[in-house]
Ligand binder design. Structure first.
Ligand code: ZN
Length: 506
């Protein structure tokens, strides 16, 4: 006899169904939808989001949690169950602390702010966006106060994306990264630039897609439960582990933009596809605090998987020794006269730049550090929004030696602040660090190391599945790192990898 589905499972299942529908509408809006439908789609998503919030914080969910807690016993299998229920209860509690009025205003402001931000960016006019950003910061400060924190208001915002992480932890991490990375950047900058023109030759988009997807499948991305579509800003999105979609953006005259973004998104997708089937529609694939249908335990851990496949594997020397001949066969006219060393150096070129999403591995984290320092100071009320362009320019000069030419390529470049996302930037660097840490631990396993040497990536993916993916949100990032690597967050493997790469690039 099968046991009846509990009220708790029913409520979480309903919530997850609504969140998956929101995801599907979002995927459609960014890949297929005609532009004219934007306003109606916004209304549809708002309605469904209200519905999801109602389920998450409603009486039925509270009753279901109370009943579940009454019936939990001490059998070994109950520990996971207890955790699911208590995590859900804690998330509802935090969400409940944020006044409804603030939630509604934040949602309305987001729609408006994103429009105005896009216009301000196009016109290089920060003043146009300033007032809305000021209100966004105020709202986020009020949210931080409502959620509560011990040391710094920014901690309350970070925890929405990276549970367990604080500004103090980040500052320690950033100090290590600055000390390790700045001398490497200096070394790399003192050398002649690799030949980037090689990457700007003609690369037909359909051939790019074929090659990139072939590799993504070798990494373990399952096309029977996935698909690839085109978009402006690539992303991965899932509607349960059985339907995990990735998107890419391809340019005929810039090869790495398409390839590495696909491997990045495939890394996210492999994570979602690898979640334990027993969590489908369950508590560990539903982020109640952010109202997302996702299986990853945190933004940082998610990013660790994408960065791992994109950079630790996809930009490694061994990877291109194995696959460059195949790439040449896909593009004989553009790559016939280029050897693997020239190509590998080109896709690993170090060149400080203004735009975060185009940054190389060595300079990328400075784009993040700069943003996090600004966000923390904004939330603490130590700096004013109107001074951001000047502060931005000063930090770019300090960290990367660059003079920012305009606000479009400076403070206005990212969509995050207009979307009210303050506190999510740290997760990009956390992803880099965790990805390298997990990769180093995986390579200790002989089958994984042999696979990487021979171009068989499935032992690596199986290791990641065992230690990271299958757990969904049932383990914290810190628990996963300790179990998989024997220690908490540690930047040493990341710095070691980049030091080796710079030496090899000589
Ligand atoms: Zn990502």
């Amino acid at each position: 006899m099968t046991s009846p589905v509990s009220l708790f499972d029913q409520e979480i299942g309903r919530l997850n169904d609504v969140l998956c529908a929101i995801n599907l509408l979002g995927w459609d809006a960014r890949t297929q939808m005609p532009a004219g439908a934007a306003q109606m789609r916004g209304a549809q998503v708002a309605t469904l989001t209200g519905l999801a919030r109602g389920i998450a914080t409603g009486q039925a969910m509270r009753d279901a949690i109370a009943r579940e807690l009454d019936h939990l016993d001490d059998r070994p299998g109950s520990a996971l169950r207890r955790r699911a229920v208590l995590d859900t209860q804690a998330a509802i509690d935090i969400a409940g602390r944020i006044p409804e009025k603030l939630v509604v205003e934040a949602a309305a402001l987001k729609t408006k702010a994103q429009q105005v931000w896009a216009e301000a960016r196009a016109k290089n006019d920060f003043a146009l966006f300033q007032r809305l950003l000021e209100r966004t910061v105020d709202i986020q400060r009020e949210i931080a106060t409502a959620i509560g924190y011990v040391a710094h208001p920014y901690d309350a915002l970070i925890r929405q994306y990276e549970p367990g992480m604080t500004l103090a932890d980040l500052q320690k991490l950033f100090a290590r990264l600055k000390a390790g990375l700045l001398p490497l950047i200096d070394t790399a900058r003192g050398r002649p630039q690799p030949r980037l023109d090689v990457l700007e030759r003609t690369y037909p988009v359909d051939v790019q897609k074929r090659f990139a997807l072939g590799i993504a499948q070798r990494f373990g991305y399952d096309l029977k439960r996935g698909r690839l579509d085109e978009t402006v800003h690539p992303f991965e999105i899932s509607f349960t582990r059985e339907d995990v979609r990735i998107t890419g953006r391809f340019r005929e005259n810039w090869l790495p933009g398409g390839l590495f973004a696909i491997w990045h998104e495939a890394g996210h997708g492999i994570y979602e596809q690898g979640i334990d089937p027993s969590f489908s529609r369950g508590a560990f694939v539903t982020d109640i605090l952010n109202l997302y249908a996702v299986g990853g335990t945190s933004f940082g851990m998610h990013e660790s998987q994408s960065r791992l496949f994109e950079n630790r594997v996809g930009r490694s020397h061994r990877f291109w020794e194995l696959h460059y001949a195949d790439l040449q066969q896909h593009f004989p006219e553009s790559l016939g006269d280029i050897d693997v060393e020239t190509f590998w150096c080109a896709v690993n070129a170090v060149r400080p730049s203004f735009i975060r999403v185009e940054a190389d591995e060595l300079t990328y984290d400075f784009h993040v550090i700069l943003r996090v320092e600004i966000e923390a100071a904004l939330i603490a009320g130590e700096i004013a929004v109107r001074d951001l362009p000047a502060i931005w320019a000063e930090k770019m000069q300090t960290y990367l030696g660059l003079t920012v030419p305009d606000d479009t390529r400076g403070v206005l470049q990212d969509v995050h602040w207009s979307a009210g996302m303050i506190g999510s930037f740290p997760t990009y660097t956390l992803g880099n660090v965790m990805g390298a840490q997990l990769f180093a631990a995986a390579r200790e396993v002989p089958e994984v190391a042999a696979g990487l040497h021979n171009g068989d990536y499935l032992p690596l993916t199986h290791w990641l599945n065992h230690h990271v993916h299958r757990h969904g949100r049932s383990r914290t990032p810190d628990e996963i790192l300790h179990d998989a690597t024997g220690s908490g967050l540690d930047p040493a493997p990341y710095l070691r990898d980049l030091t080796e790469k710079v030496a090899l690039l000589a």
